[in-house]
Design a protein around this ligand. Sequence first.
Ligand code: GLC
Length: 829
Amino acid sequence: MRDPIQETNYMLNDLVNRKENLFPGKIIDYQQEENKFHFYTNTDVILFVQVLNPKIIRFRYAADGNFPPDFSYARDPDFTPELPLLEFIAHPDFFQLSTDQVVCLIQKEGMHIRILDKAGNTIMDDEKGYHWEYDLHTGNNIVKMSKWVQSGEHYYGLGDKSCNMNLRGRRLQNWSSDTYGYSRNSDPLYKNVPFYIGLHQKIAYGIFFDNTFRTYFDFAHERSNVTSFWAHGEEMNYYFIYGPSLIEVSEQYAFLTGRPEMPPLWALGYQQCKWSYYPEQTFKAIASGFRERQIPCDALYLDIDYMDGFRCFTWNKEYFPDPQRMIRELAADGFKTVIIIDPGIKIDKNYWIYQEGCAQDYFCRRSDGPFMKGSVWPGLCHFPDYTHPEVRDWWANLFKELITVDGVRGVWNDMNEPAVFEQGTFPDDVRFNYDGQPCSHRKAHNIYGMQMARATYQGVKKFCYPNRPLVITRSAFSGTQRFSATWTGDNVASWDHLWMANIQCQRLSISGMSFVGSDIGGFIETPTGELYIRWLQLGIFHPFCRTHSSGDHGDQEPWSFGEEYTQLAKKFIELRYQLLPYIYTAFWQHITYGTPMLRPLPFLNQDDTESYHRMAEFGLGDNLLICPITQPEVDGRWLYVPSGTWYYYWDDAEVVGGKEVWANAKLDRIPLYVRAGAVLPFYPVMQYVGEIEITQLTLHVYFVQGSVSSVLYEDAGDGYDYEKGICSEKIFLVTGSNTGLSISQEVKGSYAPIYTTYNIVLHGLPFVLKTVEVDGVLITPEPNPESAAETEQRENKLPEILVSKDFEQINIQGIIPESAEPDALINPE
Ligand code: GLC
């Protein structure tokens, strides 16, 4: 009905009209400068296209004819664009830009983008393409992009989301949030990773939307044929990343947003945490609890109660009268002490950090002037503006005493979404420096945690030198992996959360963040012994392996659930320590090639469409397949084994993949498979990294028909000599047939380990040993007393060979046992 007042109210009508989508018009001009292009439309829109390498193309759009300064917290400053060979053709209706990997078509009308591979397959195709909406609430643009869903397209990525691995049909957002006790499908969570991977026709590509405002991603949720993403401010600025493999997309993304440095080896050991261990006697009793029971552990954590009234960088001297002595004593027993540091600085006139922060103007201010106040653990606080370089330097230097005097070895950053009690987070109008481009909380919110972790890393790295730092952060943005490990926040001791921990860690790993883990056993509430063990079985395969719990819900140490569970916990933590050289190698592959350490099933064989909806199974490194049990009272589970031959870790039963199999796994097993042809390096069990001198390395070699190569990376496990080349990469090539097996070793690099021998344990041989020749010399395999620890968990006795670590070539000849036909032995089915 006609409303005369509305009709004549020019203010209302104006606003209503502007709530429409606006579009770019038609390209009428362009400019090329090497690999950079500007396209101009008749409506003053500019599209900037930069080809960063043959697989990565960046697209930036300016709705109003002006680009803001080109700045990114996410992009790795060490990422160097190439000047790839390009072919550029201006057709009457479109432009064609080709690299040796992809062809990009830019339509003049509407600036639509379509990208094809060299075989002519459409990989990505704009629907509306770039458009925007004027946001009457903020006076900002909401910048949008929409693309057609391709036939059979699936979506992966986006960081820590707790929903199904495959994102098709969902709408998700990035706005880091303190989500205590979140659940399956809760969104948003703690981290912001505006990066996804599309997969269709067995071809994978990625989109990284480098925008720190609140972002949304809609994967065929609102309209079943359209995938779109948008942000509540700034510009449409995204990178297209061509695979064609899923792994390559993750790798390219990791190059773009950065990779971490090698962690200290101890940081891959088992870690124990609680909110909170205090006073000193309690903390030390936990340490003794590990050593008395001979359960390995490398790090113990102090949660907020170690501080004086939750004031950062102080000690509660009643609970911890002499932290320096305590940490030294723990260190003598192999424990590294890690402390929590939150961003909230207590408003307290007598507290020196508060005084300094005020005097130097280091806290975030409201838009109307005063420092912003928010309530967290210490009561009302101010919050450092970590987006100011000077504040980051100040913050970094605050760690000096904790590290160089007290002996702290790692720092855990929490509540940095930023979290504020009651309110959730800061008000939108709070101001930030944003490295010299002042802005509001709307733009800085999603990178606050990242910049805190960055400042912390800067300090911990500086003062831990010559040791390597460990930093852990709860909130993150794309690129945070350069500075910090992360965990999945305040989960619950439930089977459903164990399921989520598996999905979230895999998802973070393919989204650039491999150094991930969950609070083992659950943070909120108390697990049963069974749930704790099932969770630990998964946790030992996560790069960051830490039990953490909220203290008001009962004990959660590995021995808290009775003797039967204690022994199981010990067994699995020991397995973690045996696997350390393998996990360390996977870490090195991550920092060197960007390869995710945890690899969801479709990443193991994307040609197998059967795997696209699977999510429980994942690979760790190149040679292990894991599938946790996430239900109570079961003796095993069905799981999908990817193509190829695998061995069940616990009994060496051979499995030919590409199908579902049943894995027997009572509580003393987790479904765990080893790739045929793998060389799995094992350390002896140790109580902590550095406890014993490793005099012999065990190599578990798994028979294969054909050839498979495996890598072992080694360095000193701490310090920076590896950056000077004092490290080594060993490549083992295993080649097998019905009657023989050969193992060759090629060593690159100059790191010399202390051990001198390998104990080679042979798995899955279809023959008995006849002759073994090592570098041309025949040897007689003899029992090796040192190998007992590694093989005792197995149910069968296996042939072993003791060789020099410098061997180059081992040739094994076998005899087929008379009772068996070779085919029956190789494939028992
Ligand atoms: C937050 C953290 C949790 C920590 C607690 C007390 O809830 O996520 O890990 O124990 O704060 O610091």
